[in-house]
Design a protein around this ligand. Sequence first.
Ligand SMILES: [Ca+2]
Ligand SMILES: [Ca+2]
Length: 476
Amino acid sequence: MKNFLLLIALTLVIQNYSFSTELKVTNVRAVDRDDVANTPVSVIFDISWKNSWHNSKNHDAIWVFMKFNGYWDNHAKLAPTGHRILKNRSKNDKPPFIEVSSDSLGFFIYPPKSFRGAANYKLQIALDTTNQDISWSKLKGLSVHGVEMVYIPKGSFTIGSPDKEAINRASLYKSDANGKPAGLITISSENEIEVGPIKNALYYWSEETLYNGDQKGPIPSNFPKGYNAFYVMKYELTQGQYAEFLNGIPDNWTYLRSPIGGRDYYKKRGSIKFKNNHYYTESPHRPMNYVSFTDGLAYSDWAALRPITELEFEKAARGPSQPISSEFPWGTNNYDQLERYVTMDSELTNSNQSDESELNDQTRPVFGASYYWVMDLSGSVWEKVITIGNPLGRQFRGTHGDGILNFGNATNKDWPQSDDELGGFGYRGGGYYDTGTSYGDYNPHSPIGYRYYGAWSGGPRYIAYGYRAGRTAEAD
Ligand SMILES: [Ca+2]
Ligand SMILES: [Ca+2]
């Protein structure tokens, strides 16, 4: 302990960041190696977030990663072990779980079992000093970033929707020998899925290949189907997170990635501004709209995450429960109880009577929360997901970003790369277009199984289009 105190003189205090939703990372400082106490170069910071949980079904988690700002090759690698919990200010005094990813690009932290409430820890995270050059000047530019996520456990689930109406919205079903619906498909492994008008194969109605999909397959075994465990962002990507990303990439890449510039950007919920050489927003919690798919992919690569597939979207929404007709992610086929809405001043919020701390399995329809308590999968902004309805989508293998972009673009070879209708992704969940626009099949909420635009790769930046990233879990 004495040696540890001596280290204070050698520490660097780094700019504090606060993040989207209720997540805060503060008091960040780097600590030099101390050979006497056998501590490696490490980073100390406080991390706290509200409404965390770990119950018998699943848990939330923060994906934490670090950047050496000012460097092109700037993603910090973490040591596999040697991390410490310096303080636990949560009401449960059991330690949190810390799981460093096998690619060393970040870690998940989540609370101990039987936990519900505010999580608050002071951590000391060891950096990998073997496989990266760490200088004191590099540490000066260090920033720590966090993303709230939800763990979706391994297990079988059923896709599609049992109502006839959903068939005309290109929902996925089990085919009879002639391509007609003969029940629903249960995904009970990551094995290849046959697609076509073949008995027991996956199939769907399609009047427009560009929108609904090419009705072809197979969906390969290494295409992430949602059977294996994965993490998905608890909320849609926010404007605060996207501003953080823009501040973390080199100047000449911001030309490509910045949404600022369109004449109606600020009229239609856009809030990111640029001042004193810095992107910022006064509405950091607002869902990020005006995000193209290539923007979303660039964010995913930078944050060492990945896009999710439309099958993973259905798993995150419905879990293992049996689909009901026109079902929304909160488990009913109506929004009678829903208190989550976009205000006249463009914020996404819960009405005064409800607070997210009251979310439980019974109040899901109030908060619009999915089976696993993922928020806003239906409603708010449309979610861009990898489609099964196009060869560029089906070649997706679920690789993770490595933190490093190429001139502002994601570099993963298996990810689709274009917004101009070449294909590879599509839209799920419906979107909010403007104050006063009427409700419809997709506006602003769409049932889980509806996928009329499930293979439409057009529509770059727009008021109603958002993004949500994921990551494959390494433990079941
Ligand atoms: Ca949404
Ligand atoms: Ca990359």
